[in-house]
Write a protein that binds this ligand. Structure first.
Ligand SMILES: [Ca+2]
Length: 265
């Protein structure tokens, strides 16, 4: 082989490698952001008819916000057997979205109804409601504020008593704004966000909005899909602070997975 041919072969191999990495690895797409994978620690049952839009762990139970018009609800669910312990249905013209718990209250967003619902944590009786100008997608709390997503790249902090928007952050990765931020969970000083219609969770700096890393849960989604072809996207992040357990599920998924997040090797 001539020297020229060696050079051409070398360049072709480099191009193939770059393309392969770009396709296979979000870490390469996102530059220095860290790519994480996971290990499944434990599996729990999940109602495969539940169109999960919000997920929170509190005091041994999962609380779940369910979506779709005519099927939306707020549920308190037993971890071990997936049984619904308590529930309240939403009005048929409300599409339930993200939920969070702060103090003795549960807060639930609605998708396009511009209406937030507030419940007493102990009874799940509705005690208040509030409005906001955007769509409602994900909801979490840092212990002081309500933190919501609206389907764009913006996360808004709200006062939990007056529901006034206090400030917003724009979520940015190495590739620019990250849109379609969905279900949220505030975990140890970071905001975890499902990106709608992907199998990725963004780990976000809650002050700057910078994406710190990505968790790739594609294999978990494929595992669910192999069992039931009707499953929808991954959507549902909950954290048990006391026992440091992270739970993941999706819309119409049959399981809730407790996972351990670890850097991609
Ligand atoms: Ca959550």
């Amino acid at each position: 082989m001539t020297k020229f041919r060696y050079v051409v072969l070398f360049l072709v191999l480099i191009v193939i490698s770059i393309v392969a990495l770009a396709i296979s690895s979000p870490a390469e797409v996102n530059g220095v952001e860290i790519l994480y994978t996971y290990k499944v620690v434990q599996t729990y049952p999940h109602d495969p008819t539940a169109f999960t839009q919000g997920l929170v762990f509190h005091d041994g139970f999962l609380y779940e916000g369910i979506g779709l018009y005519g099927k939306s609800s707020l549920r308190k669910v037993s971890m071990e057997d997936g049984e619904v312990v308590e529930y309240v249905n939403l009005a048929r013209d409300y599409f339930g979205e993200g939920i969070t718990i702060l103090g003795e209250k549960v807060f639930q967003l609605t998708w396009r109804e511009n209406r937030g619902l507030v419940y007493d944590l102990a009874t799940l009786q509705q005690v208040d409601e509030f409005s906001y100008p955007t769509e409602g997608w994900g909801l979490t709390t840092d212990g002081k504020h309500l933190i919501m997503s609206d389907g764009s790249d913006v996360i808004t902090y709200l006062d939990p008593k007056t529901f006034e928007p206090l400030w917003s952050i724009g979520v940015q990765s190495e590739n620019g704004p990250v849109n379609r931020l969905n279900e949220l969970e505030y975990i140890n000083g970071e905001i975890y966000a499902n990106i709608w219609f992907s199998d990725l969770i963004a780990r976000i700096d809650p002050v700057t909005g910078k994406v710190l890393g990505w968790i790739d849960l594609g294999d978990l989604h494929r595992l669910e899909k192999a069992e039931n072809s009707k499953v929808d996207v991954m959507n549902g992040i909950a954290y048990d602070q006391e026992n440091e357990r992270l739970f993941i599920t999706g819309k119409l998924w049959s399981h809730i997975y407790e996972i351990l997040v670890c850097p991609y090797q």
